[in-house]
Ligand binder design. Sequence first.
Ligand code: SAM
Length: 211
Amino acid sequence: MRLKNVPGSREAMEESIYVITEPEGEKGTWKTRSGGRPLQIEVGMGKGKFLMELAARNPDIYYVGIEKYSSVLIRAVEKQQIQKLPNVIFVRMDAEAITDVFEPGEVDKIYLNFSDPWPKDRHAKRRLTSVQFLNRYDRILAPDGTVEFKTDNADLFRFSLEQAEAAGWTVTAHTFDLHRDPELSAGNVMTEYEERFSAMGNPIHKMIIRR
Ligand code: SAM
């Protein structure tokens, strides 16, 4: 993804009441923050459209959006400054450190949407659906927790199905054309990238996995 630097965004995120920039201190406190509601996170949330639509639809669920770059996150914060959804918080961090931020079993569901493909083999472990990341999710997810992944990238999707199997997860559902799958598309909330790529005619792939 090409990233436009937004001058001052780092400082703005550090000052925002909607962003946690030093999240390690939150480990073990998320259920208190959520008021006992189920906790769902999106890793690599980008500008936050998907997460904020889910939060508006589901006030009984608490959502945490994780994003590495302040220059991207600032767009979600701008939306939240207007909407002030009570059940959303953003965390600026690299998801590689996710097990430092959530206790075992603290997270009920993880969403991965249009994750960066990292096409070079030597970067495979940076893909958010690699065995290395699945092992991290395994450590923070509740026993019946799930990971839901959407992408239009067929190579990344095939890789992700293989990695799920290699890491000992079960694929409970998958489709290579989400928008034509009546069951899996029910209640689907489109992400920014999903809108862009499906408008270009790209089929959207989705998998749901659990341990
Ligand atoms: N999920 C959004 C969507 O579907 O519209 C954005 C997709 S964009 C291609 C991928 C996003 O993931 C980028 O904003 C990128 O900064 C973020 N990202 C990639 N690797 C990450 C990591 N290790 N930790 C946190 N965020 C990450």
